[in-house]
Design a protein around this ligand. Structure first.
Ligand SMILES: Nc1ncnc2c1ncn2[C@@H]1O[C@H](COP(=O)(O)OP(=O)(O)O)[C@@H](O)[C@H]1O
Ligand SMILES: [Mg+2]
Length: 308
């Protein structure tokens, strides 16, 4: 998709005069009042995740401001915006990973299939099983490829192995083999590693390690997969493998992906949310609309590379 923007006639009629730039920030960003209509993304079907008035502070730093955003299921939602605008913070709120950051204070609501995940009685282990996460740098365990996959399901008690399991007449070796194969196939890694499943995962290339992390995430059978710049540490070939994989996964899973690569967002996502300086969600719409004809002047400036 190109950066074909600048339909200036449409802009004037849709934006009126109150959104004209008044001054410029240090980031080179013009100022503009955010309109609710720009973030009120309309889609068919029920949302998988529904975020209402989400605010995050780190000490006095207000990192995320009044973000409301519903995420449709079985699709790819891209989060883009300049560094420091709160994309990772937002993503971490979706499976309560920010709970682990002492300085973070979170206010607002996030519902998964209509159920509040910030309910004090929510089961965080179960939540993070349903909403998995893949990070920027691949972080496989320093264990075998096989163990990287089976670790989660074993922890959750879905697979039992070893002496104790055998004593109780249960040994899920066959189930484990099946799960390892299925997860690695889903992550498009099986063909490259099936003859060395017992080798240490740290011996894989960066791109393979990242696909292993995706396979590990899939092994616990999640519903949502959060990815924070999953390809930014990878070379172009490994990146394109991850991109293909993300598109395939969205047939079965709800994928939310942070990327600072706008071409990547344009290529692989169905809808795009643009966060800008100050932790604001400025615009959220079909990816085509965001890249071809955004409503916000600031989004247009960002996409055409005028700042950020
Ligand atoms: N663990 C943290 N402790 C304190 N401040 C943080 C922490 N994580 C992020 N921030 C601050 O919150 C803001 C948003 O950061 P982040 O969500 O990482 O943005 P992005 O992912 O868009 O680059 C930044 O000002 C950053 O410095
Ligand atoms: Mg980030």
């Amino acid at each position: 998709m190109s950066n074909a923007l600048n339909d200036s006639e449409t802009k004037q009629t849709t934006e009126g005069t109150d959104t004209q730039p008044t001054s410029t920030t240090t980031a080179g960003e013009t100022e503009e009042r955010v309109r609710e209509a720009w973030t009120d993304y309309d889609f068919a079907g029920d949302p998988k995740l529904s975020v209402e008035d989400l605010n995050v502070w780190y000490g006095d730093d207000h990192a995320l401001k009044d973000v409301s955003m519903a995420i449709p299921e079985n699709s790819v939602t891209a989060l883009i915006g300049p560094s420091g605008c709160g994309k990772s913070t937002y993503l971490r709120c979706l499976n309560r990973m920010n709970d682990r950051i002492k300085a973070a204070r979170i206010d607002g609501s996030v519902e998964l299939d209509g159920t509040e995940i910030y309910d004090p009685n929510a089961n965080l282990v179960e939540l993070r099983k349903r909403i998995g996460m893949v990070f920027q740098s691949p972080n496989p365990f320093p264990k075998s490829i096989r163990e990287n996959i089976s670790y989660g399901p074993r922890k959750h008690g879905d697979i039992e192995k070893g002496l104790l399991a055998r004593l109780f007449g249960r040994d899920d070796t066959a189930e484990e083999d099946e799960l390892v194969e299925r997860s690695l196939k889903q992550a498009a890694l099986w063909d490259e590693v099936n003859d060395r499943l017992d080798d240490n995962a740290l011996g894989l290339s960066g791109g393979q390690q990242q696909r292993l992390c995706i396979a590990r995430c899939l092994a616990v059978d999640p519903e949502v997969i959060l990815m924070d710049e999953p390809a930014s540490a990878l070379d172009p070939i490994a990146t394109s493998k991850i991109e293909d994989l993300v598109e395939e996964l969205s047939e079965e899973y709800t994928v939310v992906i942070v990327t600072h690569n706008m071409q990547q967002a344009a290529r692989i996502s169905d809808q795009t949310a643009v966060f800008l300086t100050g932790g604001e969600l400025v615009e959220y719409d079909d990816t085509d609309k965001i890249f071809e004809n955004p409503e916000s002047q600031r989004v247009e400036d960002y996409i055409t590379g005028k700042f950020g």
